[in-house]
Design a protein. Sequence first.
Length: 345
Amino acid sequence: MKILDFFKRVIGIFGFKNSLERLGIKTVVSEKMSGCINRWAAMYEGGMRGRLNIPAAIASEAARLATVELKSSVTGSERADFLNGEYAEVIDKIRNITEYAAAKGGVVLKPYVDGGKIKVGFVQAENFIPTSYDSSQCIDGAAFLDRRFKDGKVYTRIEHHGFADGKYTVCNYVFESYSANDLGRQINPAKTDFWREISPQVVMEGVKKPLFAYFKMPMANIEDSSSPLGTSIYAKCTELIEDAEKQYDRLLWEFKSGERALYVDTNAVKRDENGREILPDERLYKLLNADDSLFKDWTPTLREQNIINGLNEILRKIEFNSGLANGATTIFFSTFAEIMSAITC
């Protein structure tokens, strides 16, 4: 993701909150928490990811460890057998879902009926905003953002769930626009190909719990302790990740600046018709005005081991702050070894 795409994402997420206010829906997420989610998403997806891709690696490893031996099923009756078939589809995707939750703090699982079957959609952190929660910080009201593109137009659906007067209400608001940063005009869901079967409003009685589940990381929210939202698994080491990227850049520069070269006197090379020197390989041959020799070899001593030791120490601190076991970043070490081998061969 390019930096421009990142800023478009930020504008879109804050625009989501503004859109809810425009519809008269109050949110319970602070500007600080929204900014954190933006930053974690950018670190994971690319805008601020860096060469090492540490945030995605941390989230991926955490998801692997949490789900590698996971086995779960629904049994005990005919109904259970039916539910287990739908449930198995969620379990098949649970590693990816867990990775997104680890990276961005949480994921919403939202079941719905489609063609007589129960499907479960998952909504990532940047497309979900809580609108109410109880004293135990359990979210019981939320808005979800869904966006589709067709024929140069952007179609946006905001789905709001909440309890009111003892009833559970689901409202759908659909908008049509020519820009992803602008909601545009509100239209009837029936006028779209995507959501023509969705009702603008559904009121249900007898519902005791929200028709969605919020799966969040188990650690405390150090960014906003009053928020019901979870935090990224790498929330405590964002600065360390930046330090690791800088140290890795130093390692690459050490090899780049230390490339073996043959310095050649300007009188020892051929020239083109315009008088410019012709070098066989500009990376290996450098020009100089020599007084005593036409050729001079330059093979510098590299300091790569000191830099790698420093990088490894930073990675160990990242492991500690993100809750990973020591040595979990072995993949990074092997990557460095491969790079060094390729460069020095």
